[in-house]
Write a protein that binds this ligand. Structure first.
Ligand code: A2P
Length: 322
């Protein structure tokens, strides 16, 4: 399928966060073979070269064409200044072996000091990892400057669509005021424990498509000590009983809840069985009662919160949602 508009973005995407570079090429080929056509990449994931090799291998094997793939990537925090935005995209395109992206997103509404490619890539969060007390170093770059540079990329045709991640409603209102080309996609953490109904509603009112990352909730965060073992939404009685009734897995119920409420979702699995299971969540249907029961699980539990992890990991207190 060719993508005419951002509404054609396949609803279930394959998330590439935390896939080790040495296994990532093969994982991407397997995901494409399994049927995924939407890949959610980022400079910061540190695996774009491997993702690129996987894409090229799959195309060479005739599994798909470039035009059948929806490839998203994200501008990292250290490249927010207008002069760094096109160079960051170029690096991502080179690593991915592509001549255009379907979607380019501002990864976080956080501008960090520039780190040249040759010094460190991806530069991650800390400005000088060798400093006695390593911490983040903020850059004085307004988000409007970054956005206007994103618009120029869209105008040049090297990215088909542009958008933002991790923006709250205040930042979104402001962006709608200064943009010449409105954002087309908002990517946010969203799952039954963090339903984000108001933010999704205002984004849609503004005409954006919304993509949910971490649609399975805590799972990605346990290994990072950012979630407890007892926080799995997959273990919730309501979710399990819906899954039993339908004859699917709890993970499929959560992914289907995500897409049935009108967001796309990006989920990662390196396990071939779970990879397929996640993709086929699009084939099940939840009743209105199921949807409501799952929505009621909301407890505004955010797992990916710079106001928490920046302080713990980077010695820098930097909330963005509070
Ligand atoms: P694995 O790669 O071993 O399957 P998210 O994309 O929400 O961050 O979730 C990713 C996490 O959820 C990974 O730890 C992944 O592990 C796990 N996971 C992905 N799909 C499923 C599934 N269908 N059932 C259970 N766990 C899953």
């Amino acid at each position: 399928m060719k993508f005419e508009s951002v509404k054609d973005m396949p609803p279930i995407g394959f998330g590439l966060w935390k896939i080790a570079p040495d296994t990532c090429e093969q994982t991407v080929v397997e995901a494409i073979r399994c049927g995924y056509r939407h890949f959610d990449a980022a400079c910061d994931y540190g695996n774009e070269e491997a993702v690129g090799r996987g894409i090229q291998r799959a195309i060479a094997q005739g599994l798909c064409t470039r035009e059948e793939l929806w490839i998203t990537s994200k501008l990292w925090n250290t490249y927010h200044a207008a002069e760094h935005v096109p160079a960051a995209l170029e690096r991502t395109l080179n690593d991915l072996g592509l001549d255009y992206l379907d979607l380019y997103l501002i990864h976080f509404p956080i501008a960090l000091n520039y780190v040249p490619f040759e010094e460190r890539y991806p530069p991650e969060w800390i400005y000088d990892p060798d400093a006695p007390a390593p911490r983040m170093k903020l850059a004085k770059v307004p988000l409007s400057e970054t956005w206007l540079a994103m618009e120029a990329l869209k105008e040049s045709g090297t990215v088909k669509h542009i958008g933002v991640c991790n923006y709250n409603s205040g930042l979104l209102h402001d962006l709608m005021n200064y943009s010449n080309m409105p954002p087309e996609v908002l990517q946010i953490e969203a799952h039954p424990y963090l339903a984000q109904e108001k933010l999704i509603r205002i984004a849609k009112d503004y005409g954006l498509e919304v993509t949910a990352f971490s649609p399975l909730g805590s799972l990605s965060y346990v290994e990072l000590d950012m979630a407890g073992h007892d926080e799995s939404i997959l273990e919730q009685t309501e979710v399990k009983s819906i899954a039993t009734r339908i004859g699917c897995t709890a993970a499929q119920v959560l992914l289907r809840w995500g897409i049935q409420r009108g967001t796309s979702v990006v989920a990662k699995s390196t396990n071939p069985e779970r990879m397929l299971q996640n993709l086929t969540a699009q084939d099940i249907v939840l009743t209105a009662e199921d949807m409501a029961a799952i929505s009621q699980l909301n407890r505004n539990r955010r797992f990916n919160d710079p106001g928490v992890f920046c302080e713990a990991a980077f010695n820098s207190f930097h909330p963005i949602y509070d």
